[in-house]
Design a protein. Structure first.
Length: 99
């Protein structure tokens, strides 16, 4: 998990050399454990650091994808923006800063 806390004040940061799968999942939160439950559908966009422009990474909908395929299109300081496909889910926060 890359979020530091599940609140609107939470932040996400990711090294450009990170590996693994990018997923969005519902979670069970308790004082002692955070447990991933169900994967949900999402799209990915990139916010350019220099211009603030937002562009869609792909027209596809994902439940998971290799994070390196997204990072390959990013520069340091860009943000990966996660967009849920179902309005019943909210992502605080939904932007991941690329380090």
């Amino acid at each position: 998990m890359i979020v530091n806390e599940y609140t609107p004040k939470g932040t996400c940061r990711l090294s450009a050399s990170s590996t693994g799968e990018l997923t969005v999942q519902t979670v069970e939160l308790s004082p002692t454990i955070t447990k991933a439950l169900q994967k949900i559908n999402f799209k990915v966009a990139i916010r350019d650091k220099a211009t603030g422009a937002l562009h869609l990474f792909s027209d596809r909908t994902y439940q998971q994808l290799p994070v390196q395929s997204v990072l390959a299109t990013c520069k340091k300081g860009d943000h990966i923006v996660i967009l849920t496909k179902d309005s019943q889910y909210a992502l605080p926060p939904n932007e991941i800063l690329v380090l």
